[in-house]
Design a protein. Structure first.
Length: 355
């Protein structure tokens, strides 16, 4: 029957490991595994030594978190990695050596040539070439390319300039906790303590509460931050267009969840109307158009929280450049920007029999 996915008809059960299970992204991945996107065998929850022994309930079973080690991947079919780049660099090759297919949420392998960088709504076919590792793109890139894909297909894309308004949950649970504490400190008239943002490992830290920080990740030699260069390079790779001009400015805001982006695009086709652009976006895979200035309808981070889609609104024609348009794109960075995209990738791999 059309529309029935393969795995329902096969009895195959997949053993799954979640590496970084106690973290912000790992916890969300577990919540999507509860939706049983495919048949599970054993599920392992892995972390550092610190959290080993913690217990979580998943699919009506109590599972004890174990320390992630090379042997943890014996007999594992699919592993979700979200425990930081250095953990992926060390343990992903060990998992692949044992026949595990890895979906990696960190930046460790995103730009490696033979590693597909996948957003299923945009380039699902790239999965077919995988050699054991599939990389999940950066959260801010994922939501942008979901909106850029239908524009590129319909009108051709000739330039992208993006400014982001990113949530603190993108920097992990400890950054969320710090913002929470700073809000309380500010309201109580106390000095705000800053030890994490903009970047834990950098020299200086600034309060995030009631502030805006134009630094996400460390600075590169060219003056852009690593996050900005991720958006530039990953967008070109996912859209298979190395010549596409892309520039990014990434800013952290005191928002807990969902990134927002102001995106300027130029298209190849002349004379595209705003209505045509809206229609194209409304029909785009994984996209929801929320755009009506009369009813003040537009996406916001709070509204997008917990949802799997990418929301787009405030679509306008540029005032001076003939083929230029402005968009406002919002999505939950932990859901579509991380956990849901990885679970979608795993489901595609199962349905395409690529595990
Ligand atoms: N947050 C986002 O929006 C987002 C989006 C896309 C990708 N990512 C990437 O996903 C990764 C995790 O992000 P997060 O926000 O979930 O961070 P997080 O909340 O700080 O969680 C980190 C997780 O990694 C585990 N871990 C740390 N060191 C480890 C080690 N040596 N061995 C095994 N596990 C270890 C931690 O376990 P313990 O409990 O034992 O410390 C915890 O489960 C990062 O690389 C991040 O770049 C994040």
């Amino acid at each position: 029957m059309e529309g029935v996915i393969n795995h329902m008809s096969t009895e195959k059960k997949y053993n799954v490991a979640v590496v970084g299970a106690t973290g912000a992204v790992g916890q969300k991945i577990m919540s999507f595994l509860e939706e049983k996107p495919f048949n599970f065998g054993e599920i392992k929850l892995l972390s550092s030594k610190r959290s080993a022994g913690k217990k979580f309930s998943l699919l009506n079973k109590e599972i004890t978190v174990e320390e992630a080690k090379p042997e943890s991947f014996d007999e594992v079919d699919i592993a979700f990695f979200s425990a930081g780049g250095s953990v992926s660099e060390k343990l992903v090759p060990e998992a692949v050596k044992r026949g595990t297919v890895v979906i990696d949420n960190t930046s460790a392998y995103r730009m490696t040539e033979d590693v597909p960088l996948v957003v299923p709504e945009v380039n699902e076919d790239a999965l077919e070439k995988h050699q054991g590792i599939i990389a999940n793109p950066n959260c801010s890139t994922i939501q942008m390319v979901v909106a850029l894909k239908p524009i590129a297909e319909e009108f051709g894309l000739s330039r992208v300039i993006v400014s982001t308004y990113q949530a603190v949950s993108g920097a992990g649970l400890s950054a969320e906790e710090e913002l929470n504490n700073q809000v309380k400190q500010y309201v109580n008239g106390e000095k705000m303590e800053a030890n994490i943002l903009p970047v834990g490992s950098d020299k200086k830290h600034f309060p995030m509460a009631f502030n805006a920080l134009p630094q996400i990740d460390v600075f590169q030699e060219n003056g852009y931050t690593k996050e900005e260069m991720k958006m530039v390079n990953e967008t070109k790779k996912i859209l298979s267009n190395n010549n596409l001009p892309v520039a990014a400015t990434c800013v952290r805001l005191p928002v807990f969840t969902s990134h927002a982006e102001s995106v300027y695009v130029e298209v190849d086709k002349a004379g595209v109307s705003v209505d045509e652009l809206k229609e194209t976006l409304a029909n785009g895979k994984g996209l929801v158009l929320e755009d009506n200035i009369e009813t003040q309808t537009y996406p916001t981070p709070l509204e997008a929280e917990g949802k799997k889609e990418v929301f787009v609104g405030r679509i306008r024609k540029d005032l001076d450049t003939a083929n230029g348009y402005h968009l406002w794109i919002v999505s939950d960075n932990l859901v579509k920007g991380a956990a849901w995209n990885t679970v979608q990738i795993a489901t595609s791999l199962v349905n395409k029999d690529l595990v």
